[in-house]
Design a protein around this ligand. Sequence first.
Ligand SMILES: [Zn+2]
Length: 246
Amino acid sequence: MPAQITDPPPADGKRSEAELARLPASERIRYRLVGAGCRHHANDNIAAFIRDGEMDELRAEVEARMQGVLEALVIDTESDHNTNDTAKRVAKMFLTEVFRGRYVAMPSVTEFPNASRLNELMIVGPIKVRSACSHHLCPILGRVWIGLLPNEHSNLIGLSKYARICDWIMSRPQIQEEAVMMLANELQMRVKPDGLAIVMEADHFCMHWRGVKDDESMMTNSVMRGAFLKDASLRREFLSLLSKKT
Ligand SMILES: [Zn+2]
């Protein structure tokens, strides 16, 4: 029997590029993530580990596995014209729309120095939130308000950029409490305000479509940092302006 030709194992125990190239894209990307010790939970961004062309490979892979899910659900996707292309549509929707925030880099945001030394409470919102829960992949639809108290060292960013950063973080499978935290961390890092407040109010479809089927419940949560934590009147001002804006 002829000996199988295989790549010699690399001395450091790492896989060779040729070996990696033969793996499905998801395994290749996971290999890089694990090698870098990088967390890749549902709401983490992994764009830095994806190379050119691999998104198309991922799409084909998700499509094939989604087709497997439909088959396991005993749906005849061949004669049912409605589900002919469902696997393809779902793969595209996951990777390029609803979970896009996992796979693309942070939108570019220009920061301006606070030249006119604005130090008044600033409120941005409501910003529309479209997300999905990590538990059931059911939609989460809601709104976010951001309160900022800049100081003279803060970097200001254009108003529309708040919505873009928010969308980037929300378009991943999320848990509402973690989503607002992630948004707060991102804004804290970029804007460096004296105070930061975020309120998110959302409707979780896993409460309507399945489970308790409760049609009334909205989930609201908030993050308060810096001046908003220390100063009760600032907090009150933010919350009262916010209630007028709804
Ligand atoms: Zn859920």
